[in-house]
Design a protein around this ligand. Sequence first.
Ligand SMILES: [Zn+2]
Length: 429
Amino acid sequence: MRARLSQSLRAWVWGVVGSALLTVGAWAIPDFSGAPFPIYEKLHNLPPAQRTPAVQKSLLERSGEVLAAGLNRYALDVRYANTIQRICANLEPNLGSIFPQAGGIELRFIEQMPPYRGSYPFQSNYLGRYTPTAERLVLSSLAVNDSYNMFSLHRVILIDSFLLDALYRVAQYKAFTGNYDNPYEQALASYAAGLSSYAPARGSVNKFSDISTGLLVRPGASVDNPYLPFNRSYNIFSTRSGLTWDQRSFHSIEREGGRWANPAHLPVPKGYDPNLYEREAQRSFERLLAPILCHEISHCLLEHARQRLEKTFSLKTRLDRVMSAQEANAQVRRYLNENLSNQQEREADIYGAKLGRSIGLRVQDFEEGFWFLNLIEKSQSKVNVIDSHPQYIERRRLVEQVYSGQDVSWAQTQHWSERESSLESAPQG
Ligand SMILES: [Zn+2]
């Protein structure tokens, strides 16, 4: 499973200079497969002084391409637009004080289809006010549905609908029972993990405007059907959780008094009454989602993708002294295909915590988000030994350190266990 997942992930983020939240599920977009280290190949011959601006320009272009490809293939999910926009509006004024290089950066969530220019599919230069720029980080939610994930790459963040729906259900259950460690969450986690090995016969939808409340496609689009087969989801829940569900409850997400599309058919917790608990669930959802967004935004604003690429150039120079050009290229490709380093993940956790603290999130909010992600990873049949996201306890400790005012700087994280590529220690010329 690992091989299949990482291959698809590669196809999607072309060398993981982007970051994925989990190793569960994968977003496969054909446009990106067979594109080995594209920026590297284009830029590696430039003199070092010209590289940094060239890398930044390429990463911006690539952010736009990733976004356009996502919009062409998947339905746009605007069901959680209010919540995500509220989080972004709270974060935006604080970015400059936490990321000194990132003052004035705008966070823009796509809450309607980009303007049509009469030409399809979407191109990266047709995204209008949703074009990623040096000063604009664009966030988007897409109904991918055979994955459970979030991706960030330089100036774009893509959030899977299923992640949002599952967190929403966790929030509902918490509002309902007052705790977050419960059989319902376990069932959700099994379900998320179960989907990662699921290759759906997806079919496609092809219809103007709304395909369901809150899911949008462009005119004339043929996008992947965002709905999972009902019996699939029903079976996973009933067999893995031992719980039974009211079938009707599979078909909508109760939200703000309205009934919204529920493409992954996630059942409402049994006994849940939206009239009593919905307002608290909304608040709880925002507090679960915000820490995750803070982490991904940190990857972007800390320029992790650029760092990874630039490291590649020096790596290649070293490798060229000790092996053939062909071998060196193969090594470089391997390096680019690995996950972001552990160090970068910790750095995103530290800065994510700083961001979260700046908008009044509590340590508990981080803990609950980490807890659920951890449940999903535990539910996977195979433990992924090279996953570079720090584990639940460790991550919580890091957040506590930031909140208690300790200066947990990047340099201080260096002594922690390194699981970076052995290529890091490639022979020095
Ligand atoms: Zn990360």
